[in-house]
Ligand binder design. Structure first.
Ligand SMILES: NC(=O)c1ccc[n+]([C@@H]2O[C@H](COP(=O)([O-])OP(=O)(O)OC[C@H]3O[C@@H](n4cnc5c(N)ncnc54)[C@H](O)[C@@H]3O)[C@@H](O)[C@H]2O)c1
Ligand SMILES: [Fe+2]
Length: 426
């Protein structure tokens, strides 16, 4: 564990629990009277949404709803929404829906406040100052976007999706009501849920980076002391709850646990960043158009296999939190490997494919995936192992054919000096 740093950035207010949506209207009214709601088009047809909008209207008198932002967030649709939003001049923006709607709300807030074009803000820390106050209401469990400093968009001029990361994008308030996730279909439950698990695991296993407190921090600071309890608890809860939520969608406890676990995972990775499953998913998502969590979840067992020799203690501790009993009392390396095996079994149990080949990726795609992954340098830098073309090639090969044994005992174990790398040197 990195005892030396702690960084955590969060909304001013987080509400959680069945019925928490009753807090949305009073919280929103505290920020202003002109309310813009950026909502998922399907969710905007639900009775709960109508009630929340009615409650906001009753208090503030002036609510505008925008639903014309499709999933994956093509940048031109966000620019269109931004122009409509600017003419309304909102004093507060509510994001209501899955990760796509929450990210759309963040991006609209940037455009309304600072003008210009989204590509002015690509990358880290390019948003010049605070944005119109955001209130985030997730209906999936989940991306954690209700508490994170990032939004992801598709730019038709780029092969990969692009991120805008800035502490200014952290919503001022997050209202997490598990009731809003109760009717999510099994695909949404599985893919959003496994992505939350990947957030917890990649946050806990992020690299130890050196932070100079005297200078502005990067948005993502690697593993740190304040996020460890959050990511461990998130992994523990999601490992138990996701299979139940997938098989018994109306199990209230499982839905509540998933909403809670994805919230904690978002709090953690919003400071630490995520690493290789996310970095490799960028090109896989562009090639296959598969949902984000389907890609990150399929990749996770391979990424953990690639990391297990370098960080056995962290992975064994993760396994302990998840309640993995195989190898208990044995050597750290055995407990760590049992944890990776348990993660692979968990992914299979909730219905994820065992290989990238099942997503339509072939060996011929390998070199292109490796090249594009290296371009996602900000995430690659968060990996706890040295990453180069050779390592990525082996990792992607193993994931394509669905054989983790290709990664066993073939990776060089880095010494402590290599693990404690300066930021930005993959
Ligand atoms: N900003 C972040 O921190 C962050 C983190 C991870 C992922 N993401 C992004 O989030 C997006 C994925 O978000 P997502 O997985 O929440 O899905 P989503 O928002 O893209 O929605 C997927 C589908 O689920 C439907 N849906 C949402 N909630 C529902 C509910 N309660 N009941 C029934 N249907 C429902 C939507 O209508 C949509 O058709 C990706 O674009 C990804 O890049 C962002
Ligand atoms: Fe994710």
């Amino acid at each position: 564990m990195n005892e030396s740093i702690g960084v955590l950035r969060l909304p001013n207010e987080v509400r959680f629990g069945f019925g928490a949506r009753a807090a949305i209207a009073p919280i929103v009214a505290g920020f202003g009277r002109r309310v813009l709601v950026v909502a998922d088009p399907f969710i905007a047809t639900t009775a709960e949404f109508a009630e929340v909008v009615e409650a906001m209207r009753a208090i503030t008198g002036n609510v505008e709803v925008l639903t014309d932002v499709p999933p994956e967030l093509p940048s031109e649709s966000v620019h269109r929404a931004g122009a409509i939003a600017a003419s309304f001049a909102p004093e507060v923006i509510v994001g209501y829906g899955g990760g796509s709607a929450l990210d759309a709300a963040k991006l609209v807030a940037v455009l309304v406040t600072h003008g210009g074009s989204l590509d002015d803000y690509y990358g880290e820390n390019a948003v010049p100052g605070p944005v119109v106050p955001l209130v985030a209401v997730p209906t999936t469990a989940g991306t954690g976007s209700e508490v994170t400093p990032v939004a992801v968009i598709s730019d038709p001029h780029r092969e990969l999706k692009v991120g805008i990361s800035s502490p200014h994008l952290i919503p001022r308030a997050a209202v997490v009501d598990p009731q809003l996730t109760m009717d999510a279909p099994v695909g949404v439950t599985t893919f959003a849920g496994i992505d939350a698990f990947v957030h917890a695991v990649e946050s806990y296993t992020a690299a130890q980076l050196e932070i100079d407190h005297a200078h502005p921090s990067p948005v993502f600071v690697g593993q740190n002391r304040l996020t460890h309890p959050l990511s461990l608890e998130a992994a523990r809860i999601i490992f138990r709850a996701l299979p139940v939520a997938v098989r018994s969608p109306h199990d209230r406890q499982a839905r509540a646990d998933m909403a809670y676990g994805s919230l904690l995972a978002g709090m953690a990775f919003g400071a630490t960043g995520t690493h290789l499953s996310h970095a490799i998913q960028y090109p896989i998502g562009a090639m296959t158009h598969t949902p984000h969590g389907l890609g990150t979840g399929t990749l996770l067992p391979y990424v953990m296999q690639a990391c297990v020799d370098a960080i056995p203690e962290a992975i064994a501790t993760l396994g302990e939190a998840m309640g993995v009993t195989a190898g208990a009392g044995g050597a750290t390396a055995h407990r760590a490997q049992a944890t990776v095996d348990a993660i692979a079994a968990f992914c299979a149990d909730v219905g994820l494919p065992a290989s990238l080949a099942e997503l339509g990726v072939s060996r011929n795609d390998r070199d292109r995936i490796v090249e594009l992954t290296l371009q996602v340098a900000r995430l690659v830098a968060i990996a706890p192992i040295p990453v180069d073309r050779a390592l990525l090639g082996r990792l992607v090969d193993a994931a394509i054919v669905g054989d983790r044994s290709l990664l066993v005992a073939r990776l060089p174990t880095p010494g402590p000096a290599q693990r404690l790398r300066p930021r930005g040197q993959p």
